[in-house]
Design a protein around this ligand. Structure first.
Ligand code: HEM
Length: 138
């Protein structure tokens, strides 16, 4: 992760935070529109769920310059996702819906560079969570 990537992600996250409620609602709507088969995995209250998801992304964004301390937490959350029935392939579906939602919310400021930076950050998050899930399955 270059300092530029981290800066682009931090800057766009700061723009998204004031709109977090709409962003979360739109994200899950977009996810279930595109991938209705995922709906059955979510059994709890969606507003609470959206908050937990957002808090986790916020933690990861805050730790971009020094991610080591949050790795164990991400692996644990990933292991829990294996228990929820989430499969590795589902992470790409999440990425699609997340990028689509960010593009809508940010408009012109969601440049190809910002998009690429988020994809890199998301890929690292997903990889760490998937590693935790793989450990749980074995
Ligand atoms: C970067 C990716 C992701 C992050 C940061 C994330 C974060 C979280 C967090 C913080 C929770 C709260 C419960 C807990 O900590 O165990 C949660 C729950 C959950 N997540 Fe994720 N998640 C991600 C990807 C996914 C994917 C790809 C799926 C697949 C559909 C998914 C499905 C779920 C489900 C089903 C729950 C439980 C909901 C319930 O209790 O009803 N998540 N997620």
């Amino acid at each position: 992760m270059t300092p530029d990537t981290a800066a682009l992600v931090r800057q766009s996250w700061a723009e998204l935070l004031p709109k977090r409620k709409q962003v979360c609602t739109r994200f899950y709507a977009c996810l279930f529109e595109r991938h209705p088969e995922l709906r059955r995995l979510f059994k709890g209250d969606m507003e609470r769920q959206a908050n937990l998801f957002l808090t986790m992304i916020n933690t990861a964004v805050s730790a971009l310059d020094n991610p080591e301390p949050v790795v164990p937490l991400l692996r644990t959350v990933g292991a829990r996702h294996a228990d929820y029935g989430v499969e590795d392939a589902d992470y790409d579906k999440f990425a699609d819906a997340l990028m689509q939602t960010f593009a809508e919310a940010l408009g012109d400021t969601f440049t190809p560079e910002v998009s690429a930076a988020w994809q890199q950050v998301y890929a690292q998050l997903a990889e760490t969570m998937q590693a935790g899930a793989t450990e749980r399955r074995h």
